[in-house]
Design a protein around this ligand. Structure first.
Ligand code: GDP
Ligand code: MG
Length: 392
């Protein structure tokens, strides 16, 4: 799928930049075009792979190139004012071959999370292609203001995008890692995983045509209108081929086939059960799409069928799609599972709950600590009967 990636804000710009770098790194075909939008000049200058003509500084008259802090209302405001410049940068980057627009942004910051909904709205108005957001959620230990930003942005975005594919920064954090140290690693991991999905429809060579192609329409059929989506990923290095020629014996051949099939199934179940980028109960999901990428001889058809069957019986919905991506010469077999129509994600509910508290904290002019103390007293008071009074 040819993607126009529109990186908003700091995280969005950096992740988009990494996608473009990945694309250039010896891939058979190029599938990404990148645009970066920011109100902080220093963040735009720091990008290495998005061409300079595709970078737009917004809100200069208001914030003088210094960013909006973590004020995503201001982020929304300046994006609205500079919308014409944003849309003209998108048009000039070249939209003729684009299959989908993907807005890449953190949900917790100011510029990206504030501008994402309005950028989505204008993209939908102007183009007929699908518009998705790849949104990075703040880890649980980030401050309340990040959660409030995320809550506002998610609520507004859901009206304008065809689907929200969400990633929790917290998934990648190891205890002891500082967030800053971790970003480079996180961005790499995000790009590596999504690339398997986005690249799956690209034919590498005429000798290796996928049996089941995952193109833009398969992705659209899986996620459009499904609101909250995420991906799971797992990969493995298959064992070296038996060079003694023993595998040519019939018995060995069957065994090898079974091994390959169970390897695919194991990777798929692992990706879904323990490696989702948005923690959620994987059963409460409407649809799924499995992509298996790797050396052509490892792409087991039986493995794919078993994986689809497992998903069909596991998730609440019944629509499961699958496809393969032959990558001759690759050392790894990688599995990406896109799941959509997620309901009741604890992470998302926590964001809205804590964001609600944050709104009150701001309204009351308190610190988070004072508010927690006040809430505890109010909770205890709730258990006590009131005195009888006259009816008013
Ligand atoms: N994954 C990832 N998250 C980031 C990165 N930089 C910042 N963040 C997260 O993004 C949020 C802050 O948003 P940021 O993109 O810096 O704000 P903006 O520039 O105002 O849109 C916080 O939740 C950070 O943890 C990054 O490079 N990678
Ligand atoms: Mg930042």
């Amino acid at each position: 799928m040819k993607c126009m990636l529109i990186g908003l804000g700091q995280a969005g710009g950096k992740i988009t930049d990494r996608f473009i770098e990945y694309d250039k790194g010896g891939r058979a075909t190029s599938i990404y075009t990148g645009v970066a939008i920011n109100s902080a000049r220093v963040d735009l200058v720091g990008l290495k792979n998005i061409p300079e003509r595709n970078r737009v500084l917004i809100g200069e008259t208001i914030v003088k190139g210094h960013g909006v802090g973590a004020d995503n209302r201001l982020g929304a405001e300046i994006a609205r004012k500079d919308m014409a410049r944003i849309m003209s940068a998108v048009a000039q980057a070249g939209t003729e071959n684009v299959d989908a627009f993907i807005i890449v942004s953190s949900m917790g910051g100011g510029t990206g999370s504030g501008s994402a909904p309005i950028v989505a709205k204008y993209l939908k108005k102007t183009y007929s292609e699908n518009v998705y957001v790849l949104g990075v959620l703040p880890a649980d230990n980030e401050g309340g203001i990040y959660l409030l930003n995320a809550a506002r942005s998610l609520k507004t975005l859901s009206k304008y995008v065809d689907a929200m594919i969400l990633v929790d920064n917290g998934v990648f954090l190891n205890p002891g890692d500082s967030l800053k140290e971790a970003y480079l690693k996180i961005n790499n991991e995000i790009v590596k995983r999504f690339d398997v999905l986005f690249r799956a429809g690209e034919i590498v060579s005429q000798d290796h045509i996928p049996e089941l192609v995952v193109d833009a329409s398969e992705i659209a059929n899986t996620i459009n209108g499904m609101e909250i989506c995420t991906i799971g990923y797992a990969s493995e290095k298959p064992p070296k081929k038996n060079t003694l020629g023993l595998s040519s014996l019939l018995g060995k051949k069957t065994e090898a086939k079974q091994d390959k099939a169970s390897r695919v199934l194991q990777l798929v179940t692992g990706a879904v059960k323990s490696h989702l980028l948005l923690p959620c109960d994987f059963r409460y999901v409407r649809k799924a799409l499995v992509v298996v990428a790797g050396p052509p001889e490892e792409l087991s058809r039986v493995g794919m069928e078993n994986s689809k069957e497992w998903l069909e019986t596991t998730i609440k919905g019944k629509e499961v799609r699958g496809g393969d991506y032959p990558a001759p010469g690759s050392d790894y077999i990688a599995v990406c599972v896109l799941i959509s129509g997620i309901t009741g994600s604890k992470k998302i509910n926590d964001i809205f709950e804590r964001a609600k508290d944050m709104q009150e904290i701001i309204a009351k002019g308190m610190t988070e600590e004072e508010y927690e103390r006040l809430k505890e007293t109010a909770r205890l008071m709730g258990d006590i009967d009131s005195l009888p009074l006259d009816e008013d």
